[in-house]
Write a protein that binds this ligand. Structure first.
Ligand code: SAH
Ligand code: SF4
Length: 359
């Protein structure tokens, strides 16, 4: 069996592992510091650790389970898109974005996605497998090491779980990943600086309410009624809006944390005043804890039934929400010149590879 990534263990899990292998408890904290604070690229660089212990680590874990392909792209706004090749040959993507408030990384949680939303490039490719916690953490480590090499002292301070995949369809690995990056002794990325986006897997929203970290939750709503939502998101047939809103109410009551509702504006599909009013009504009773993020649609070649709404329509939609007491804003776009939309670079590369092998 292939050795697992050491980045997949929480500090507690690593401590238990060391104790089980006849090592002292403090060893885990030392290794953890080398991994996340000094950020070495090999076990042998952990110079205050005895040779015997280094050997033990090398025999059981690896630090790299993926390689960066040569196609990391930098956009005009300095967004960087990385394409990584996993050990099994699968490709995933990770995006680094620069905001006024700091750097954020968008991570992938699955190879492909089974939810199959009709507007999304990731859904075009069925899920091949879940990523392990280690593979999700490693994406951040790779980006952070790049920044370290540039020597400007830049640090990834925010994480959005909005890359390829449905994070709640890989729940246990997701939660483990969140504990690892949130750990004070490790990367120490504050829970309030982490956002997880779900298409609305209702049972998992209940479970997420029990996770003892103040992580932000974003729900991809995209339509205010079942007829429309079921048309653009198949998942609505399994978990219709009433069930979703019940889970939302439960979550808000339990956590008192704000929820972001994502709403992609698709031209002449869900962008009329009628839908804006319906959305305002749907969220009226929870408006003190709801924020609507209007997302300009990134056109996907294969889904040419959808176009992006024009600027005036977007502005009018926002205005209607605000007039009706809903907090809302328009998401800033990153890296549109490099296909930074969810899953686009990856599906392009796969198509290119398929075209090559067909020749
Ligand atoms: N599966 C999760 C998280 C990944 S998708 C989810 O669906 O929430 C992250 C966000 O990007 C979602 O809100 C999704 O609807 C949106 N998205 C997908 N394709 C897009 C596109 N082509 N343009 C703009 N946003 C897109
Ligand atoms: Fe999957 Fe999210 Fe894309 Fe829907 S929008 S297909 S849930 S990645």
């Amino acid at each position: 069996m292939e050795k697992p990534s050491i980045y997949g263990l929480t500090l507690d899990q690593l401590t238990t592992w060391f104790l089980e292998h006849g090592e002292k408890k403090f060893r885990a904290a030392q290794v953890w510091d080398w991994l996340y604070v000094k950020r070495v690229g090999t076990f042998s660089e952990m110079t205050n650790i005895a040779k015997k212990s280094i050997q033990l680590l090398e025999d059981n874990f690896v630090l790299h389970t993926m390689e960066e392909t040569t196609i990391a792209q930098v956009s005009a706004d300095q967004t960087i898109k990385y394409l990584f090749r996993l050990r099994d040959g699968n490709l995933i993507e990770t995006v680094l974005m620069r905001h006024e408030y700091g750097l954020s990384v968008c991570v992938t949680t699955q190879v492909g996605c089974n939810i199959g939303c009709t507007f999304c490039a990731s859904g075009l490719l069925k899920k091949n497998r879940d990523l392990s916690s280690g593979e999700i953490v490693e994406q951040i480590m790779n980006v952070q090491r790049h920044l370290d090499q540039e020597g400007k002292g830049e640090r990834v301070g925010h994480i959005v779980v909005m890359g390829i995949g449905e994070p709640f369809d890989n729940f246990d690995n997701l939660v483990n990943f969140l504990y690892i990056i949130n750990s004070q002794k490790g990367l120490a990325i504050g829970a309030r600086h982490i956002t997880v986006s779900t298409s609305g897997l209702v049972p998992k929203i209940y479970q997420f309410a029990d996770v003892d970290m103040q992580i932000n939750l974003a729900i991809s709503l995209h339509a205010p009624n079942n007829e429309l939502r079921s048309r653009i998101m198949k998942i609505n047939r399994a978990y219709p809006i009433e069930k979703l809103m019940e889970a939302v109410h439960f979550y808000l009551k339990k956590t008192n944390r704000r929820i972001t509702f994502e709403y992609i504006l698709l031209k002449s599909v869900n962008d009329h005043k009628k839908e804006a009013l319906e959305l305002a009504k749907l969220l009226a009773s929870i408006r003190h804890l709801a924020y609507v993020n209007l997302i300009p649609y990134n056109p996907v070649h294969e889904h040419d039934q959808y176009q992006r709404s024009d600027k005036e329509t977007v502005a009018a939609f926002l205005e209607t929400l605000k007039k009706n007491g809903i907090n809302a804003g328009i998401r800033r776009e990153f890296g549109t010149d490099i296909d930074a939309a969810c899953g686009q670079l990856r599906s392009k590369q796969i198509k290119k590879a398929k075209a090559r092998s067909a020749k």
